[in-house]
Design a binder for this molecule. Structure first.
Ligand code: Q46
Ligand code: ZN
Ligand code: ZN
Length: 303
């Protein structure tokens, strides 16, 4: 198998594009896809300050590496959820990456901030760790971006993440979630702009890029991912992609073309400032404060 660009030995075959590429031309291909996503959705400019949320895994580290290589102003944020050894290991990969590429890294640790890991905060509203994990990550990346003057938060969601969430929300006809599956969510009050520059790349491509670029990343999966429904969607979509390469991309592109159908149905909600933390909330007290500041909520007479 030879690289279509230079005739050297190919490192990977991209079935969707019927294209074999060597290491150098594959990395170039990936970086071009990221540039295209940034350009197509006007995600950010060179002078904007970008906060990249990292987990120690291939996607977020590959994204940080590419944005830094392309000359963007990048800082990193790692949220330590306190999930036993998994969090300790992922934190080490993040610290090592930041050191190696001389990038600033802020760490927020639930055990340091709240005395306990995420498991202890599961409750009636957030029964599953994964839904609570989503709330914690969204709360902190927005808070850090707002308080520290970042223009945009970038996350390492790839095409597989987007289409699996899309399929799962479509199967349940959760239209309010469907409209959130966009590559760019605009700034709204204290909620900072959110960008997903890896949306034109599959998980296989980001993994290959991280490996071929010599990025060391955590290969261990979060222990809770075994029960996560999005993984079942990913397996399903991989089956479809194997027999019909390009399906994931055309599914997502179709959604982008038809997103107005769902946006029209979206009810405009007025967000208030949470009485305890001041960040946007549907109710007087935000979900994060209700979960993490139970005593204060009680004292405020809101329970
Ligand atoms: S980190 Fe968080 Fe995932 Fe672990 S707790 Fe679930 S959502 S599985 S990608
Ligand atoms: Zn080549
Ligand atoms: Zn709050």
């Amino acid at each position: 198998m030879k690289c279509r660009k230079c005739g050297e030995r190919a490192a990977i075959k991209l079935y969707q594009h019927n294209l074999s590429l060597c290491r150098e031309h594959f990395c170039e291909f990936v970086e071009e896809r990221v540039k295209k996503a940034i350009h197509d959705f006007c995600m950010f400019e060179k002078e904007e300050k970008i906060l990249v949320v990292i987990s120690g895994g291939k996607d977020s580290l590959a994204l940080s590496y590419i944005l830094n290589k392309l000359g963007y102003s990048v800082s990193l944020l790692y949220i330590d959820l306190g999930i036993d050894e998994y969090s300790d290991n992922s934190r080490k990969f993040c610290e090592e990456f930041a050191r190696k590429f001389a990038l600033s890294l802020k760490i927020i640790s639930l055990r340091e901030e709240w005395g306990k890991g995420i498991r202890a905060f599961c409750c009636q509203t957030y029964k599953s760790i994964c839904s609570l994990c989503g709330l914690v990550k969204r709360y902190y990346f927005n808070k850090v971006a707002y308080e520290e003057g970042f223009d945009v938060v970038a996350t390492g969601h790839n095409l597989d993440d987007m289409v699996s969430a899309l399929l799962s929300n479509l199967l349940g006809w959760r239209t309010s979630y469907l409209v959130k599956q966009l590559p760019l969510l605009p700034e709204e009050g204290r909620l900072k702009k959110k960008a997903k520059p890896l949306i034109y790349l599959t998980e296989r491509e980001t993994a290959a890029y991280a490996f071929l670029s010599g990025i060391s990343f955590l290969r261990e999966e979060c222990p809770y991912s075994r029960d996560a429904s999005f993984l079942r969607m990913k397996h399903l979509l991989n089956e479809v992609e194997r027999s019909s390469p390009g399906t994931k991309f055309s599914f997502y592109r179709g959604f982008l073309e038809k997103r107005h159908l769902f946006q029209e149905q979206e009810e405009k909600v007025d967000l208030k400032d949470c009485l305890l933390c001041g960040f946007p909330s549907l109710l007087e007290i935000c979900s994060f404060c209700k979960t993490f500041r139970k005593e204060e909520v009680k004292n405020a007479g809101k329970i």
